[in-house]
Design a binder for this molecule. Structure first.
Ligand code: G3P
Length: 229
């Protein structure tokens, strides 16, 4: 499963990229607004920091302006995935960009029927939002299961399921169970994935016992090197 980070905060992105776990980045207009920065500058910096796909979303709603914005965004870097909403004009934009081999992430997907349309439009990624469905009292992960099952029936569908609106580690684990290709995670959720209280207490016990020995691996290595010289 690929991990993308869902943020436009370049410091967070650089920090997480250093873990070697990051396969890409997703942004949206709300995340760009939160960064307080010029969109094209931020996208250029992110594309430089992470070689994988970086989603940059159009903000127009008509196909002509969406295409104009998509051209600008895709010209920023080779690894830009133009993000379009799941609307008729968004899918027309998707088709046009895919015909030019530009990556497209179709976002704001809330139903299996919408996901079928995204695949037929040739989307590189479709982004179903699990957390926002959960917020409505539905089970967002049911939608992921449906989309993965449907896409599996059609080997000519090349669209990857990118699970979005993830709120915690349980969403990530459940999404992985479905076989979804990608999960985009807020930075705090990526950090939560590492955590387990038994890891912390186990490590503390190992280190306490080790300290009592008075030993040092590096000192011993130095002593062995000296003895061999
Ligand atoms: O980037 C799209 C998506 O991940 C947004 O998540 O938490 O605003 O529902 P959220």
């Amino acid at each position: 499963m690929k991990f993308f980070v869902d943020t436009a905060d370049i410091d967070e992105i650089r920090d997480l990229a250093a873990t070697g776990m990051l396969d890409g980045v997703t942004t949206n207009p709300s995340l760009i607004a939160k960064s307080g920065r010029n969109m094209l500058d931020v996208i250029a910096e992110i594309c430089d920091a992470v070689p994988g796909p970086v989603s940059a979303e159009v903000t127009a709603t008509d196909v002509e302006t969406m295409l104009a914005e998509a051209n600008v965004l895709s010209a920023v870097a080779k690894n830009v995935a133009v993000k379009v909403p799941l609307t008729p004009d968004g899918l027309k934009t998707c088709r046009a960009m895919r015909d030019r081999d530009i990556m497209v992430n179709v976002t704001l997907c809330f139903s299996a029927s919408q996901a079928i349309l995204a695949a037929k439009a040739g989307a590189t990624f479709v982004s179903p939002f699990v957390g926002r469905l959960d917020d409505m009292g539905l089970r967002g992960l049911d939608l992921i299961e449906d989309i993965v099952d449907i896409y599996d029936q059609y080997p000519d569908f090349e669209t990857e399921v990118l699970v979005a609106s993830i709120r915690g580690p349980a969403h990530v684990v459940e999404a992985a169970r479905t076989g979804a290709h990608v999960a985009t995670l807020p930075p705090n959720v990526i950090r939560q994935l590492y955590k387990h209280p038994l890891t912390d207490s186990g490590l503390a016990a190992f280190l306490k016992d080790w300290e009592a020995t008075g030993q040092s691996i590096l000192e011993q290595a130095g002593q062995r090197k000296d003895a061999a010289a």
